[in-house]
Ligand binder design. Structure first.
Ligand code: 5GP
Length: 194
């Protein structure tokens, strides 16, 4: 059995990444897990430590950077985010595909380190969709929304770096498209698809 795939899912705030990934993982027909990132951003009311993120102080985060514990890390919207190696390696060795919900800077770092990874960029067909979804979520201030939309514009300029660009206007078809790409990645790596 080969090592299970490493799958990057990037896309602007409001592209629907979290919902799509949750749907893929909960379906359970392909062995997959979502890596839990570390961040210095404060938790949203519903977020729990160790489930949505590892919420670390800047000091804790820096210590882990120095220790070489991150597969990648980047500053996004003024906060630090990173993927701890221990969220990834052991699972892949056991045949579980690992999904990284990371930004375009982190995606470039992962690609350099793991050229065979599968990288997917999720987008919506209209600009208004991102803004609408961000407002519906109701967790960000106006200033944070403006900042996230500016980041989104810069991210959209880098779609060409990705293996696949998936349109997420309709959730179920986007899930099916991403799932098919992941199954293909499992087959290429000769890993078992359950
Ligand atoms: P949010 O604050 O909305 O949870 O995430 C903001 C952005 O940070 C999203 O684009 C998300 O993909 C990205 N992000 C989350 N975790 C990581 C990580 O571990 N590394 C990098 N590079 N980006 C991350």
């Amino acid at each position: 059995m080969g090592t299970a795939p490493l799958i990057i899912v990037s896309g602007p705030s409001g592209s629907g990444k979290s919902t799509l990934i949750a749907r893929l993982v909960e379906k359970g027909d392909v062995p997959l897990r979502l890596s839990v990132s570390a961040t210095t951003r404060p938790p949203r009311p519903y977020e729990r430590n160790g489930i949505h993120y590892w919420f670390w102080t800047r000091e804790q985060f820096q210590e882990q950077v120095r220790a070489g514990a991150f597969l990648e890390w980047a500053e996004v919207n003024g906060q630090w985010y990173g993927t701890p190696c221990r969220e990834v390696d052991e699972y892949r060795a056991r045949g579980v595909g690992v999904i990284l919900d990371i930004d375009v800077q982190g995606a470039a770092q992962v690609r350099a380190r793991y050229p065979k990874c599968l990288s997917i960029f999720l987008r919506a067909s209209s600009w208004e969709t991102y803004e609408q979804r961000l407002r519906q979520r109701g967790t960000e201030s106006e200033e944070q929304i403006a900042r996230r939309l500016a980041t989104a514009r810069r991210e959209l300029e880098r779609v060409a770096e990705f293996d696949r660009v998936v349109m997420n206007d309709e959730l179920e078809s986007a899930v099916a498209e991403v799932r098919a790409a992941i199954v293909e990645a499992f087959q290429k790596g000769n890993a078992h698809v359950g």
